[in-house]
Design a protein around this ligand. Structure first.
Ligand SMILES: *Cc1c(COP(=O)(O)O)cnc(C)c1O
Length: 374
């Protein structure tokens, strides 16, 4: 049996006629950038996120960058974020010239620990970027409280978490901005790169639209130095079609996660691997990833064993960001963020996409059992 980490073909098949029709319509119009398809998707995206507005952009990375730029965050400013996230969260901060400051993560949710944030706030702090990692919301109430106390902007990195909820509120609707990615492997993926920023403040939404088009407030008159952060009409049209199915896909992932829990327990494996835990606060976890932890230095051997038995798996993320060579100048050392460092050595993602079969999930569990029985 083979179980890929992700296979998007099954999800695409029933949507193919609608997507091909959209492709033909846009090809016939020869209007490829922004335009009515983008505006339509932005309305749907804002409704889905329960925000006043949403702005389509070129990627999740650019969603982060444009939010920082719109706030004028740059040289001399500090932005607090998690050391345990995809590179782009921290890359965006450095790209605008600001200084990333890390706060360690919570070992249950793998999300930034609000108590650790409090210790890192200085007079230079301008923003906090909590990441809703793997599809589960960070603990937003204490983060928003700190932000209000210190006058900080909050940019939710919701790139892995579209539709996730925190105490009944959608991610991306709680902070000042929400950054989303439509990279194909996210729960809502387009046919290339794409992203969006959600925002509840209409003035900021207007500013984001100016920033994504080189800061141009009317044709060839530039109010700001923005960038080319535009999304394609074709991507927006595909996203409009796929957004209607998103909840059913996320619910299938939730069912698969519950099913894994039963199968791991039935196989007597819960002492060998630690299954992902849901937060103590109420969440809607959308399981962009189902990440287990393997202690005792066995993670890499298990990963290799699964690979040999054609079970797809991946390590998100193998090196805490404060230890990355490109961030050496920030002065991070081993031991600075012990939870992030330990999790990076133990974590491993298993196939969780909606179309996996019960037989495939059982095969994943059986293969892990075979590894520990060796
Ligand atoms: C995917 C991702 C990004 C970047 O999104 P792109 O669309 O690939 O640029 C940023 N942050 C997190 C947490 C992500 O998972």
């Amino acid at each position: 049996m083979q179980v890929p980490l992700l296979d998007l073909r099954a999800q695409y098949a029933p949507l193919k006629p609608a997507i091909m029709a959209a492709f033909e319509e846009i090809s016939d119009s020869q209007r490829f950038i922004l335009g009515p398809k983008v505006e339509e998707f932005e309305k749907e995206m804002a409704a889905y996120c329960r925000t006043a507005g949403a702005v389509g952009v070129s990627s999740g990375s650019d969603a982060l960058i444009i939010s920082l730029m719109a706030e004028g965050i740059g040289r001399g400013d500090e932005v607090i974020t998690s050391p345990f996230t995809f590179f782009a969260t921290v890359g965006a901060i450095v790209r605008v010239g600001a200084t990333p400051v890390f706060a360690d993560i919570d070992p249950v949710t793998f999300n930034i620990d609000p108590a650790a944030i409090a210790q890192k706030i200085t007079p230079r702090t301008k923003a906090i970027i909590p990441v809703h990692l793997f599809g589960q919301a960070a603990d937003m109430d204490p983060i928003m409280q700190l932000a209000e106390q210190h006058g900080l902007v909050v940019i939710e990195d919701a790139c892995q978490a579209i539709g996730a909820e925190y105490k009944g509120r959608r991610v991306g609707s709680i902070g000042t901005y929400g950054a989303f990615s439509f990279f194909p492997s996210k729960n809502l993926g387009c046919f290339g790169d794409g992203g969006a920023v959600s925002c509840n403040d209409i003035e900021r939404v207007k500013k984001l639209k100016i920033f994504r088009n080189h800061g141009q407030s009317s044709t060839y008159f530039h109010e700001y130095v923005g960038g080319n952060f535009r999304i394609d009409a074709l991507q927006a049209a595909i996203l409009s079609i796929k957004l209607k199915q998103l909840d059913s896909w996320s619910e299938a992932r939730q069912r698969n996660a519950a099913d894994y829990r039963q199968r791991f327990a039935a196989a007597g494996l819960t002492g060998m691997v630690k299954l992902p835990q849901e937060a103590a606060y109420p969440v809607r976890h959308i399981y962009n990833q189902f990440c287990i932890r393997v202690a005792g230095g066995k993670r890499d051997a298990l990963k290799q064993f699964l690979g040999e038995h054609e079970v797809g798996c991946a390590v998100y993320y193998p090196l805490s960001l404060h230890l990355q060579p490109c961030f050496k100048a920030l002065g991070g050392k081993p031991g600075d963020y012990p939870v992030s460092e330990q999790v990076s050595q133990e974590i491993m993602a298993l196939p969780i996409y909606g179309e996996t079969t019960p037989e495939q999930r059982q095969y994943v569990v059986d293969t892990i059992a075979a590894f520990f029985a060796k």
